[in-house]
Design a protein. Structure first.
Lengths: 324, 168
């Protein structure tokens, strides 16, 4: 039993809504002792759940904290691999670093590291990713794709498409993708993806994708310099969103697209990406280590590289920061 | 989904070995099936409210994806190439993909590996980035870095030598 009791117990309490459920009924339905129930009720309380215990009536859930713990996520999962193995801690330095360690220990495909808060969340090239407590989705996903290593950059586009689809369905907000994988609403960043790979010349050992989504954040939780360039689903939507529900939806879209990608290749992903990319047909600037190039964003090459029509012809951009 | 995209899909499926192809997108589902004689059937239907399961995986490998090494934004020179080729006893760590070469994890941190540094198989020696995928390149051999062959921030080609290592 142990930890596995917590999720069905919470489910029973949630199902009762305003009513009570007796200790005896819980004990029969979960096939466990009354002492075990009491122990798990107290554990839930220590996580912030308020559970009323009334003699003769039983237990009643009074308050449910906003958490992304496995027992809150599992009811929203419809997948077979993505998100089926979960590690969760209330606060961590960085889910990305912990997921790397987990992957080296042999974590299975689709394993997900979740937290409420990162104290040293990171982006590319040592940049900081602000992850204030309970205000967003801060998670790292482990994949072991059986693809040649030089195709692996396509995964960044795949994940941006999956998250866009999930968030559009759940929020109806006009989320767009900036090449290759930033998610924007009205030009402001709502989601960043950090993809890190370990492999050999032609073989991928594992990929860790760090996904940071500003969900219920208000501007006040961000440092001054981020406010003009960042936004959250709540700021744009005018209401808060359930983070476990969003994570469940993202896992679902990811699994569908990832399975499709492994079976049929990149073309379906490319077509979807182009549909969600607001920048196509517009003039953008591509900054690289060797200077910047202006051109019209035309679409994606079959590799996932950006096709940029410049005055000297169409250039294929593999690596660049895009200004749009 | 736009008509030209559906047309393109049909063309791509037609050219491939794929026999059946299903795609869901914003409430539209496209199903393309090839008949044995080579004829195609395309059906487009609105989706049921509940999400349909992932398409079943065929047994063949994802052979439809082809990744040619394309011309990069700027051609990178390889000034030490001849020298590299002449010293066959040294191990070359080469780039596994087209991308930007980074010597350190962040602009203000020390390089992963300098000339004279000892490395083993699992030592990360650099990052090659493409489409924001950060590929941490391991030495894959045990020995001493003799030369760094690419500049920080430089665009590198598939197979381009990045480091020379004197293997133990």
């Amino acid at each position: 039993m142990g930890k596995n009791l917590r999720e069905p117990l919470l489910k029973l309490l949630i199902e009762q809504k305003e009513g009570y459920i007796s200790g005896e009924e819980i004990s029969q339905r979960l096939i466990c002792s009354r002492t075990a129930i009491w122990k798990h009720i107290n554990e839930l309380r220590s996580e912030g759940y308020q559970i009323e215990a009334k003699p003769k009536a039983g237990y009643r859930l009074v308050y449910r904290p906003d958490r992304v713990a496995p027992e809150e996520l599992i009811p929203h999962l419809s997948t077979t691999s993505i998100g089926r193995a979960v590690r969760y801690q209330r606060s961590v330095p960085s889910t990305q670093s912990l997921a790397h360690e987990w992957a080296k220990e042999g974590a299975q495909e689709g394993s997900l590291y979740l937290t409420e808060e990162q104290t040293a969340g990171r982006g590319r090239m040592g940049r900081i990713w602000h992850s204030p407590t309970h205000s967003g989705i801060w998670m790292s996903l482990i994949l072991r794709p059986p693809i040649p290593l030089n195709q692996s950059p396509q995964l960044t586009l795949l994940t941006s498409v999956a998250i866009t689809r999930a968030l559009r369905k759940q929020t109806n907000l006009p989320i767009q993708i900036k090449w290759p994988n930033d998610l924007l609403i009205h030009g402001k960043k709502v989601c960043g993806i950090l993809t890190e790979l370990r492999g050999e010349q032609d073989q991928v050992h594992y990929v860790v994708q760090g996904i940071g989504i500003n969900v219920n954040a208000t501007e006040s939780v961000w440092p001054e310099e981020l406010r003009p360039i960042a936004t959250s689903l709540a700021i744009e939507g005018g209401r808060t969103f359930s983070r476990p529900e969003l994570i469940g939806a993202i896992c679902g879209e990811l699994e569908t697209l990832y399975d499709g990608y492994l079976s049929y290749g990149f073309t379906p992903i490319r077509i979807l990406w182009e549909e969600y990319a607001g920048m196509l047909g517009q003039e953008v600037t591509a900054r690289t280590g060797q200077g910047s190039v202006k051109g019209i964003a035309k679409g994606l090459a079959e590799t996932g590289a950006l096709l940029l029509e410049t005055h000297t012809g169409v250039q294929t951009i593999f690596s660049s920061d895009i200004e749009w | 989904m736009k008509m030209h995209e559906i047309r393109e899909l049909i063309r791509l499926v037609d050219e491939s070995k794929i026999e059946e192809f299903e795609l869901e997108n914003d409430g539209t589902k496209v199903l393309i099936k090839k008949a044995i004689a080579g004829a195609k059937e395309v059906s487009i239907m609105p989706l049921a409210p509940e999400a349909s399961p992932a398409p079943a995986a065929p047994t063949h490998a994802p052979s439809s994806v082809e990744v040619p090494v394309e011309e990069p934004v700027k051609k990178v020179e390889e000034p030490v190439k001849e020298e590299v080729d002449s010293d066959a006893s040294l191990h070359k760590i080469v780039s596994p993909m087209v991308g930007t070469f980074y010597r350190s994890p962040s602009p203000d941190s020390d390089p992963y590996a300098n000339s004279g540094d000892r490395v083993d198989e699992k030592s990360v020696v650099c990052i090659v980035e493409a489409m924001k995928l950060m590929n941490e390149i391991e030495a894959e051999v045990r020995g001493e870095i003799v030369k760094v062959l690419a500049e920080n921030g430089q665009l590198v080609e598939y197979g381009q030598p990045l480091f020379l290592v004197k293997v133990d």
